[in-house]
Design a protein around this ligand. Structure first.
Ligand code: DGL
Length: 266
């Protein structure tokens, strides 16, 4: 499906799985006149443990097909693991396309922290990236930044949002490292640097040994996208352009039901 000649082009939102929905729900509010195509590269999920060169090649290859097939107005890469690795390559390979990226919110965290202790909760891939280290170097040298690479949290978030029971202990094992006490100070901000994690924020809040701000960049990403997508007077939302595509070709029933809950055909 592509937009008919008289329709506005859609917004494409991309993630390895369902995490990008945390960004899509904000983007929809700000761009009600646009159709949304949600792409989940579930055949490649999880991205967190991929070898960098292979993942980069996969993502750029996928976009060659996605752009030809769907001709979007803008692409939101709603995945830290993908964008911190392949954002520059995507922009170089497809210079005519606008890519809005997702990167760990280290700069706003460094501006807001009062204790100076900030943690970044992300996939093992995002934690390893030169991009992430550069963000710390550029914006947070005055802070103590702890990078916490979680092996299982994206998977747990997928299970949780599909309705499975997730044990507190399993979550605590993944987030416990975020809480640092040093010289009488305590971590006061945890950056949610994987788009899957905001789905579990209520659990994180309940399990946290002390209250912290859980920083979710979804709204800021949506605002950035809105600023780049032209506003068209009297535009009407198209009927047939809100759907989800899974690279596996076979989303299960709970996943399709979840997509419908977000207003996407799957
Ligand atoms: N949602 C993705 C992110 O923002 C990563 C999930 C994964 O594939 O491990 O980093």
């Amino acid at each position: 499906m592509t937009a008919a000649a008289n329709e506005l082009k859609p917004v494409l939102v991309f993630d390895s799985g369902i995490g990008g929905l945390t960004v899509l729900r904000e983007a929809r509010v700000l761009m009600p006149e646009r159709g949304f195509i949600y792409i989940a590269d579930d055949a490649g999920f999880p991205y967190g443990s991929w070898e960098e060169a292979a993942l980069k090649e996969r993502i750029v290859g996928l976009f060659a097909k996605l752009l030809a097939q769907y001709d979007p107005e803008v692409c939101i890469i709603a995945c830290n693991t993908a964008f911190t690795l392949a954002g520059a390559d995507l922009r170089a390979a497809f210079p005519q396309m606008t890519f809005v990226g997702t990167v760990p919110a280290i700069k706003p965290a460094a501006e807001r922290t009062r204790s100076g202790l900030v943690s970044v909760l992300a996939t093992p891939g995002t934690v390893k990236r030169a991009y992430t280290r550069d963000l710390i170097q550029s914006f947070a040298t005055q802070c103590h930044v702890r990078l916490v690479g979680s092996q299982n949290l994206a998977r747990l978030a997928e299970a949780y949002i599909r309705g499975d029971v997730v044990e507190d202990e399993a979550v605590m094992t993944e987030i416990g490292q975020c809480f640092v006490e040093m010289d009488g100070r305590k971590t006061d901000i945890v950056v949610l640097a994987c788009t899957h994690y905001p789905f579990m924020a209520n659990i994180f809040r309940r399990l946290a040994p002390w209250p912290v701000d859980w920083l979710d960049p979804a709204e800021a990403i949506a605002r950035r996208a809105r600023s780049l997508v032209p506003q068209v007077a009297d535009a009407v939302h198209p009927d047939n352009l809100d759907f989800a595509v899974f690279t596996s070709g076979a989303p299960d029933f709970p996943t399709r039901r979840l997509m419908q809950g977000f207003g996407l055909k799957a």
